[in-house]
Design a protein around this ligand. Structure first.
Ligand SMILES: *[C@@H]1O[C@H](CO)[C@@H](O)[C@H](O)[C@H]1NC(C)=O
Ligand SMILES: *[C@@H]1O[C@H](CO)[C@@H](O)[C@H](O)[C@H]1NC(C)=O
Ligand SMILES: *[C@@H]1O[C@H](CO)[C@@H](O)[C@H](O)[C@H]1NC(C)=O
Ligand SMILES: *[C@@H]1O[C@H](CO)[C@@H](O)[C@H](O)[C@H]1NC(C)=O
Ligand SMILES: *[C@@H]1O[C@H](CO)[C@@H](O)[C@H](O)[C@H]1NC(C)=O
Ligand SMILES: *[C@@H]1O[C@H](CO)[C@@H](O)[C@H](O)[C@H]1NC(C)=O
Ligand SMILES: *[C@@H]1O[C@H](CO)[C@@H](O)[C@H](O)[C@H]1NC(C)=O
Ligand SMILES: *[C@@H]1O[C@H](CO)[C@@H](O)[C@H](O)[C@H]1NC(C)=O
Ligand SMILES: *[C@@H]1O[C@H](CO)[C@@H](O)[C@H](O)[C@H]1NC(C)=O
Ligand SMILES: *[C@@H]1O[C@H](CO)[C@@H](O)[C@H](O)[C@H]1NC(C)=O
Ligand SMILES: *[C@@H]1O[C@H](CO)[C@@H](O)[C@H](O)[C@H]1NC(C)=O
Ligand SMILES: *[C@@H]1O[C@H](CO)[C@@H](O)[C@H](O)[C@H]1NC(C)=O
Length: 338
């Protein structure tokens, strides 16, 4: 019952939000105020956002086990793919468990995405090819829109750890992490390799990072994926080095339970991003703090580079947004008493 009312409340929110909007703003949470017209939901967190093309390089080394060699068509080659992407480096919330100093989210977009008019959270877009998050924002967002009343009750463990380099006095911040046994929290992506068997397989392959030890890989020298990145108020660099597995999609996809062909390959992967700040969507990174800290500006009209600066109509109605979602539960409680 409660859930139905919440859902109802959420449907009505775009209307209600115009009246209440920023009144629900809670500065203890890492979310921006809800009164910023035209701010896509991928920018709901306080922090810095960077744009760039992400390059992926994959070099097959073995087949599906250590004892199987890479098929002829793929031997001795490196395959690359490039995607327009955003890197978000954002403030943590009280719901984040662990010692990571920030949350990071790298999103890779297909060419059909209109990046200036993205709507909804990134994972709700069919144009999103891949994302790599250091903390599971997905579940959190889902939980928020369907459950819990006043605060954020659920807490989330990090997908991978991030350690700030010792003796940091201020930006640029250098962080490193290792992705290990995060399997259920990692997403896969597709990439063009070459078919091993041209009569049955396509060149499109289903790719997954190798983040756990398993018997097929016994005897193969591989390492867990590591991430390294650096950021300051102007640029951010993000690199992942590790190993991945790729399986070709079958030409004949009539059996939905068996979309992939048998010719799996495993090899080295590198993901690199060299981004520039998107100051329109970024808060101000404090330049004298030993840990990454932001002065909130997006939504407050105190940074002329930001969206909504100098706009007299910040409080006007806008599409459903985190802030609106945050009042859902409060509103839904109210509905129970009407
Ligand atoms: C937007 O909301 C924030 C948080 O409540 C508030 O400080 C700011 O003044 C609001 N901006 C406008 C233009 O109403
Ligand atoms: C703001 O968020 C904090 C952290 O979740 C919570 O403890 C506090 O109760 C919230 N304040 C309001 C007014 O909801
Ligand atoms: C992308 O969206 C913007 C804003 O809605 C629009 O002005 C633009 O024409 C769109 N571009 C394409 C290629 O559809
Ligand atoms: C979401 O809510 C469910 C049910 O309360 C809980 O079991 C789960 O751990 C929550 N997930 C996250 C990521 O908080
Ligand atoms: C980060 O995680 C990796 C893999 O679990 C572990 O080896 C490493 O010690 C961790 N580092 C820190 C600082 O916790
Ligand atoms: C390609 O797959 C078909 C069907 O499984 C098989 O009959 C054929 O021998 C394979 N060709 C090669 C070169 O492996
Ligand atoms: C590879 O072959 C060796 C020798 O036949 C065998 O002992 C080992 O279990 C095989 N490894 C895998 C991963 O199949
Ligand atoms: C990112 O890499 C570029 C090119 O190597 C470099 O100029 C820039 O200073 C780097 N930025 C950071 C924050 O490391
Ligand atoms: C970054 O990308 C966003 C979305 O396309 C765009 O609004 C913004 O202007 C871009 N900023 C820079 C500096 O490229
Ligand atoms: C740090 O920020 C302050 C205030 O924005 C600015 O005046 C100062 O020049 C900055 N220093 C550096 C080293 O960027
Ligand atoms: C902008 O205003 C907000 C809200 O008053 C404040 O928290 C933030 O520190 C201000 N930012 C700067 C750069 O002054
Ligand atoms: C400013 O307000 C107008 C009128 O509501 C709106 O159309 C426009 O998108 C706003 N611009 C920004 C940058 O918020």
């Amino acid at each position: 019952m409660r859930r139905i009312l919440s859902t109802l409340a959420c449907c009505l929110l775009p209307l209600i939000a115009s009246a209440e909007g920023d009144a629900k703003y809670n500065a203890s949470l890492p979310f921006r105020p809800s009164n910023i017209t035209g701010l896509s939901n991928i920018y709901i967190w306080v922090g810095s956002y960077y744009n760039a093309t992400t390059k992926i390089e994959f070099t097959p080394e073995i087949g599906s086990t250590t004892n199987e060699s890479v098929c002829k068509n793929l031997q001795g080659q490196t395959f690359t793919a490039e995607y327009e992407s955003f890197l978000a480096i954002t403030e943590r919330g009280p719901y984040n468990q662990g010692s990571n100093p920030v949350n990071t989210l790298l999103t890779l977009w297909n060419s059909d995405a209109n990046l200036t008019s993205l709507d909804g959270l990134p994972w709700s877009s069919s144009s999103l090819e891949w994302y790599l998050e250091s903390s599971p924002w997905v579940d959190h967002a889902n939980n928020r829109s369907t459950d819990s009343d006043a605060g954020i009750e659920s807490s989330v463990k990090d997908v991978f750890n991030l350690t700030l380099s010792p003796d940091t006095k201020g930006p640029p911040y250098k962080l490193t992490g290792t992705i290990k046994d995060a399997d259920s929290m990692l997403t896969s992506f597709d990439m063009d390799l070459k078919p091993c068997n041209t009569s049955t397989e396509t060149s499109r392959s289903y790719m997954t990072l190798i983040d756990f030890d398993w018997s097929n890989n016994a005897g193969w020298t591989w390492t867990y994926p590591t991430v390294d990145f650096q950021f300051d108020s102007r640029t951010a660099n993000f690199t992942l080095n590790g190993y991945a597995a790729g399986s070709p999609y079958l030409i004949d996809r009539s059996d939905p339970t068996r979309p992939l062909g048998p010719d799996e390959v495993q090899g080295k992967i590198k993901v690199s991003f060299f981004g520039v700040i998107d100051s329109y969507h970024s808060d101000t990174l404090v330049n004298s703090s030993s840990t990454p800290t932001w002065l909130r500006t997006v939504g407050f009209g105190n940074n002329s580079a930001n969206i909504g600066y100098d706009n007299g109509s910040l409080g006007s109605p806008r599409p459903l947004h985190w802030g609106a979602v945050a009042v859902c539960s409060v509103v839904s409680l109210a509905f129970m008493y009407f």
